[in-house]
Structure formats: structure tokens, C-alpha cells
Ligand binder design. Structure first.
Ligand code: KIV
Ligand code: ZN
Length: 530
């Protein structure tokens, strides 16, 4: 059979287990804006271990002393024990890189060296300036060298998708003969399509001598938005390892998203007939941990872990979901560890949703009252993006408190001082008024002026709160108050949200914090809703 000929695209590899090879800490952190310290990598590695990934690619040991230290730290802490994930380090196909990876992964019980070299004409001629046969010799010699240092060797012909098929077969065969145990076929530039990659994997897994003794792996980039679809197609073609990253981070447009690939396999098991060992309820917490370690938020509409992934605002959808959530949901939010927030009240919501939410927060309204509340609810929803539980309490109880401010405290004044010399700490003077008519002033200190203001708010309200997220947007809708702040704070282990619109960034940020503190006080029953 000639290499370009098509083969059956439904092979029957031995196992129905697909290994999840996580590269968040290597390909992911390589991307601009995503670099992580050793401490940050350890936070993520702990999450990945709880998620139960098969392999953690912890870094590129030869890239810098910091990367070497990070891979070692992950190998020592996470790789200790027979049941721990395999800890892997990337290495170019040269002795120095391979030896650095061997050293960095040595503390791990299960470890892997992942070595690569470009094989496409562009990589051979423009980058490496090596002939085909020089590259084959390097593969033979250096994969063997890696294998003498470690039993688990992955080899990647970089830019495999743009490599001539017959030469790709030669490169892969040379790696297998030299001792590689996993063959990864990277779509380095995100160029392939599902049909093409499925066909390629079916061809390689059935035609390369020695293929049956190794695991084939897929590594897709998202330049055309096809990384997940291509990875799943590769699996259909015979791959039994998916290289992916949490939230899909990675070079340029990113890698295959771990959570999307895993949930596609789980949700459409009828179609793929394959399993992973991923502890799926850890998907959402792992995604959140990454956004916190890298300070890079994800889009609301991100599949599986975005804020909207299981949320419904439109009346027709809310009605359907309240009757039977399978009408508009193909997965359970709990299956991915997402806190249940499925009904979001906004201007598109209907009466069913309003009634259901009023009852869920322990209040009630008969039909006539509900009709009346619905009119007020719509008027309020037109002025703000979401109607929160606090707003509902205010509507139902008839409080006069302005929208979004149910609870005892109101922010009256903030003054911030941002010292630049070492003798002065940033501080903020905050004045708040209680509904009983008293007011309190406290000067807080912190890492920065906002931190100082948050400390002052907590001291005034007598809570111990910590900011989790703070988003500030400019809202271009012609209104005076065009700064919108949304914050999530943690008090005693529970999270509370606050949002507000103000004319100024400082007032908005601190105001949203106060709204969240009020929500906590009301929820904890320490104060009645105003
Ligand atoms: O995209 C790529 O080709 C890679 C290799 C190093 C596997 O990340
Ligand atoms: Zn890559």
C-alpha cells in the first residue's frame, strides 16, 4: 500500500481507555500572558492530580533554571507514589535537553521524557538546516539515549501534519525501533481538519511497523478553532492519548481544551465508545484555579466551564429547564463541578423563573402579587444586567434600598492613598453608613489602595472577607454611571457576589465589595434584608 492511500478509518486498537496528557504547565504556560512561577505550577499540579490526569507535562527542564526547579518540585510533590500521575518534561532531541529532563523528573515514581524534532520540509530546511537522513540518524541515536535514562519515552515529529507521509512513517518507525513508547503526532500549527487527521491516524496505527506496541497520541493546536474536533477525530482514527490543556491554553490560539475533549468523550460515549479516568466534578474547580494562578479570565460562553455554560436567561428556555432540565441541557452542571446557577434572572426571563427563584430563596408571592412583582422586576431588569437574589429580596419585601443594595451597609466615602516609598503602606479611609442611622469610619492598610479599602470595609462590617474576583467594565450605554464593577468575595468559606454601577472606578470597586458583604450578612442571618 502506498502511503497516500486511504485505509479504513475505524481501526480497533486494543484499549478503550484514552489517556489524558495535560500540557497546561508546558505548552500552556509557554503562551504570552500565561507564564507561571514554581508555586503557581504546584497549585495547578495539585489540581491536575485531583482531576486524575494520566500524565502531567510539568515543563521544559532545559529551558531555564526556573523550569528545571518547577519540574523537579512537581515530580517530588505530585509524582511520589505508584498511583501518582506520570510526570513528564519536554526535551529537544539533543543530549543536554534529554539529560536535563531525566534529572528533573527523577524524583517521580512514574516519569516520562518527551523529546521532539521538526520533520516537515519547512522545519528541516528553514529551521534545522538538516537533511532527512540526518534527522533520522538523530532520532535513532537520541531516542535510544533517552530510553537508556527512562523507560517511558514519548517522541514527537514536530509539524507532523505538514510532513510528507512516507517520511513521517520513516521517522515514527525509527523512534519506535530506538525505544519510544508513545508516538505523538502534533498538528503544531493547527492546520489539519477532522477527516484528514482521522485518516492519518488510521493509516499510521495500521501501517507503521511496530505501531501495535506503542500508544499513539494527538496534540492539536486551535489556530482554526478545530483543536477539539481534530483531537476527537484522531481518537476515532486510533489515537489513545490526547494532549490538551485546561481552558484550552497553549501557543497562539491554544491547545485542545481538556474539559471539552473529556466531556465530549463522556457525554457522547454512545458515539465514541471510549473512556477517560478523569474525575469530571473537578473540571470546574481546576479551570477556576488556572484563572486565579494566571490572572487570565475565560469567556462567559466558554464550553463546559464558562459562567453561561449551564445558565439560562431566556424565558422560553427557563420554562423548559424548570419543567425538565434535559430540554436545554445535555450535561449536568454537577458532573463538571459547576455550582448550580442555571436560572439567571434578567430582562429576558419570564414569570415561571421569577416565581421559582422567589420560592427558592424562601419567600412567596400569590398570583396577584406575582403579577405586580413581575412588572417591577422587568423595569429593574431593564436597568441592570442581572437581577440578583438581593434585588429579589428587596422587591418582594418592598424595601426602599436602591437596586443591588439590599443589606445594612451603604458606602458613603472612600479616600485612597497610594504611597510609593517603603515607609508608608498604601491605605484607604472608608466611611460607611448603617441602616440604623449610625456611621463608621476606618482607615485600612493593604498591599495596595483597593486592598486597603477592602480591609476597611471588612473591619466596619465585622466580617473576615477576601476578594476572589473583581471585574471592572466601562459600559457604553450613554448612562451617567458608566463604570460597572462585579466582585466575588469569600467569607467563612462561602462566596458572595456584588455588582454596582458608579461614575468612578474606586467607588465602583469598593461599592461592589460592600454589596457582596451585605449579601453575606443577609445570607448568614446576621442582618435582615433592608
Ligand atoms: O505543538 C507542538 O508541536 C509541540 C511539540 C513540542 C509536541 O508542542
Ligand atoms: Zn504544541
Amino acid at each position: 500500500m502506498t502511503p497516500e492511500q486511504t485505509v479504513s478509518t475505524e481501526p480497533t486498537p486494543a484499549s478503550d481507555h484514552v489517556k489524558i496528557f495535560d500540557t497546561t504547565l508546558r505548552d500552556g504556560e509557554q503562551a504570552p500572558g500565561f507564564s507561571m512561577s514554581t508555586a503557581g505550577k504546584l497549585v495547578m499540579a495539585r489540581e491536575l492530580a485531583r482531576l486524575n490526569v494520566d500524565i502531567i507535562e510539568a515543563g521544559f527542564a532545559a529551558a531555564s533554571p526556573g523550569d528545571m526547579a518547577a519540574v523537579k518540585a512537581v515530580a517530588e510533590e505530585i509524582g511520589d507514589g505508584a498511583n501518582s500521575p506520570t510526570i513528564c518534561s519536554l526535551a529537544r532531541l539533543n543530549i543536554r535537553d534529554i539529560d536535563a529532563s531525566a534529572e528533573a523528573t527523577s524524583p517521580a515514581t512514574n516519569r516520562r521524557i518527551h523529546t521532539f524534532i521538526g520533520t516537515s520540509p519547512l522545519h528541516r530546511d528553514a529551521k534545522l538546516k538538516m537533511s532527512k537522513s540526518q534527522i533520522l540518524t538523530a532520532i535513532t541515536d537520541l531516542v535510544a539515549h533517552a530510553r537508556s535514562a527512562c523507560d517511558d519515552i514519548e517522541f514527537s515529529p514536530e509539524d507532523a501534519i505538514r510532513t510528507e507521509r512516507d517520511y513521517l512513517v520513516e521517522a515514527v518507525q525509527a523512534a519506535i525501533e530506538a525505544g519510544a513508547t508513545t508516538i505523538n503526532i502534533p498538528d503544531t500549527v493547527g492546520y489539519t481538519t477532522p477527516e484528514e487527521i482521522q485518516n492519518l491516524f488510521a493509516f499510521l496505527t495500521s501501517e507503521v511497523p511496530g505501531a501495535a506496541g506503542v500508544t499513539f497520541s494527538t496534540h492539536c493546536h486551535d489556530d482554526l478553532g478545530l483543536a477539539v474536533a481534530n483531537s476527537l477525530a484522531a481518537v476515532r482514527g486510533g489515537a489513545r492519548q490526547i494532549e490538551c490543556a485546561v481552558n484550552g491554553i497553549g501557543e497562539r490560539a491554544g491547545n485542545c481544551s481538556l474539559e471539552e475533549a473529556v466531556m465530549a468523550l463522556a457525554t457522547r460515549r454512545d458515539h465514541f465508545g471510549l473512556t477517560t479516568q478523569i474525575n469530571t466534578p473537578r473540571l470546574y474547580p481546576t479551570s477556576v484555579a488556572l484563572t486565579q494562578v494566571t490572572h487570565q479570565p475565560i469567556a462567559r460562553n466558554k464550553a463546559i466551564v464558562g459562567k453561561n455554560a449551564f445558565a439560562h436567561e431566556a424565558g422560553i428556555h427557563q420554562h423548559g429547564v424548570l419543567a425538565d432540565k434535559r430540554t436545554y441541557e445535555i450535561m449536568d452542571a454537577e458532573a463538571v463541578g459547576m455550582p448550580s446557577n442555571s436560572i439567571v434572572l434578567g430582562k429576558h426571563s419570564g414569570k415561571h423563573a421569577l416565581k421559582s427563584r422567589i420560592e427558592a430563596i424562601g419567600l412567596s408571592a400569590d398570583k396577584a402579587r406575582l403579577d405586580e412583582l413581575f412588572v417591577k422586576f422587568k423595569a429593574l431588569a431593564d436597568t441592570q444586567r442581572e437581577v440578583t437574589d438581593n434585588d429579589l429580596v428587596r422587591l418582594v419585601t418592598g424595601s426602599n434600598m436602591p437596586p443591588g443594595r439590599a443589606g445594612p451597609w451603604r458606602l458613603r466615602q472612600v479616600e485612597m492613598e497610594y504611597a510609593i516609598d517603603a515607609d508608608h503602606k498604601p491605605n484607604a479611609r472608608v466611611v460607611m453608613e448603617h441602616e440604623d442611622g449610625t456611621s463608621k469610619t476606618i482607615i485600612g492598610e493593604g498591599q495596595g489602595p483597593f486592598d486597603a479599602a477592602f480591609h476597611a470595609v471588612c473591619a466596619i462590617a465585622d466580617v473576615s472577607g477576601r476578594i476572589c474576583t473583581l471585574d471592572i467594565h466601562h459600559v457604553a450605554d450613554g448612562a451617567d454611571r458608566n463604570v460597572r464593577a462585579e466582585s466575588v468575595i469569600n467569607i467563612d468559606g462561602a462566596e458572595y457576589e456584588g455588582s454596582i454601577r458608579e461614575v468612578d472606578v474606586a467607588y465602583a470597586a469598593v461599592g461592589a465589595f460592600v454589596v457582596a458583604v451585605n449579601a453575606a450578612l443577609v445570607a448568614q442571618g446576621r442582618e435582615k434584608a433592608a
